[in-house]
Write a protein that binds this ligand. Structure first.
Ligand code: NAP
Length: 247
């Protein structure tokens, strides 16, 4: 159980982040639902958690903005006196083949997915170091381990998240803070809704478990990694991908 724990989940108004927020709240955590542009979705996620008897609040912040992230985490620590769990889930895609990829599309994906994760770890580490405890989970992707044509920016950002995870685990481990990554495969959300039925059928053929995953599959893995039961696991990347990548 996560009773009494304060958790920040980035990009938690929609998709996988929302499911992670619901799952951690159901286990007793007070969850801060970070969002960037989708205020209505974040408010709906907050209401869903509170209606189910949980505790939640929302906070608007672009994770790519270093100073805004600092302000968000300062506010959380001032308001709730601590920060126990950080889940770096916020992410975007801007897919196209490399020859056609603009500099701004490369930079935007790296800024949100990789620098955003760095910004949040850097600022969350301070209160966690003082507490001498903390759990950080970064959402990577199967694409960060295996690569994917048309996703050079996204794959680079998600591979970067794995390197960042291992480095942070080494820097923070002596103070009781674990840092792990979860690498989802193809999960049914708005991010994958854009794929055609033909593309989805071809993808399913390549998955040993022969199905797309759902948001709950990812949230359950995150819930394990932030639990007391995972106290001796750090610097790892846990695939939740139906067996797509076996590295
Ligand atoms: P999604 O439905 O598109 O949701 C993305 C979330 O990220 C939204 O809540 C969005 O918030 C937030 N976000 C985007 N830019 C942000 C920023 N600059 N600052 C703060 N929040 C920001 O995506 P999803 O499928 O749930 O994906 C969640 C994570 O899982 C991402 O990191 C993604 O790369 C990863 N992932 C997904 C899959 C998949 O198959 N779906 C597979 C592997 C990995 P706003 O709407 O408020 O901007």
């Amino acid at each position: 159980m996560l009773t009494g724990k304060i958790a920040l989940i980035t990009g938690a108004g929609r998709g996988i982040g929302r499911e992670i927020a619901k799952t951690l709240a159901a286990q007793g955590a007070m969850v801060v639902i970070n969002y960037n542009g989708s205020e209505a979705a974040a408010r709906a996620a907050e209401k869903e958690i509170i209606d189910a008897g949980g505790q939640a609040c929302i906070y608007q912040c672009n994770v790519a903005d270093h100073d805004a992230v600092k302000a968000m985490i300062t506010w959380i620590v001032k308001t709730y006196k601590r920060l126990d769990i950080l889940v770096n889930n916020a992410g975007i895609t801007k897919d196209t083949l490399m020859m056609a990829m603009s500099e701004s599309d490369f930079d935007a994906v790296i800024s949100t997915n990789l620098k955003g994760t760095f910004n949040c770890i850097k600022h969350a580490a301070r209160p966690m170091l003082k507490q001498r405890s903390g759990r950080i989970v970064n959402i990577s992707s199967v694409v960060g381990r295996a690569g994917n044509a048309g996703q050079a920016n996204y794959a680079a950002s998600k591979a970067g998240v794995i390197g960042l995870t291992m480095s942070a685990a080494k820097e923070l481990g002596s103070r009781g803070i674990t840092v792990n990554a979860v690498a989802p495969g193809f999960i049914e959300t708005e991010m994958t809704d854009v794929l055609s039925e033909d593309v989805k059928a071809a993808l399913i053929q390549a998955i040993p478990l022969q199905a797309l995953g759902n948001t709950k599959d990812v949230a359950n893995a995150v819930a394990f990694l932030v639990s007391d039961e995972a106290r001796y696991i750090t610097g790892q990347t846990l695939s939740v991908d139906g067996g797509m990548y076996m590295g």
